[in-house]
Design a protein around this ligand. Structure first.
Ligand SMILES: O=C(O)C(=O)C[C@]1(C(=O)O)C=C[C@@H](O)C=C1
Length: 94
């Protein structure tokens, strides 16, 4: 493959990543809705650790740097928590 071809593939993968982040954030909106109904807070530290551990395990399995994946997932979960907090403000539920 040429440099340009590889860059095109990278651009395709990047688009997929952003689309998946959008999907994850949309699930965070649904989660906020259910947590308000259940009277639960947006942050669940035990679940957060489980999500990160699952991603790190998958990274190890797949031969991807687990420290990098851990950082990325910490950020993804923070984005989800921010979105949930935003949704939980008065009149903001999706
Ligand atoms: O599982 C939950 O309770 C979620 O709200 C989802 C999620 C996540 O993004 O994975 C977000 C916030 C919590 O702190 C833990 C996990």
């Amino acid at each position: 493959m040429t440099i340009d071809e590889i860059r095109e593939e990278i651009a395709t993968v990047d688009t997929e990543i952003v689309d998946l982040i959008k999907k994850r954030q949309s699930l965070a909106g649904l989660m906020a809705h259910e947590k308000v109904r259940a009277g639960r807070p947006p942050v669940d530290p035990a679940q957060r650790e489980q999500v990160i551990a699952r991603a790190v395990d998958r990274a190890v399995e797949a031969g991807v740097d687990p420290a990098g994946v851990r950082e990325i997932f910490l950020r993804l979960v923070q984005m989800s928590e921010d979105k949930q907090r935003g949704c939980m403000g008065d009149g903001n539920l999706p």
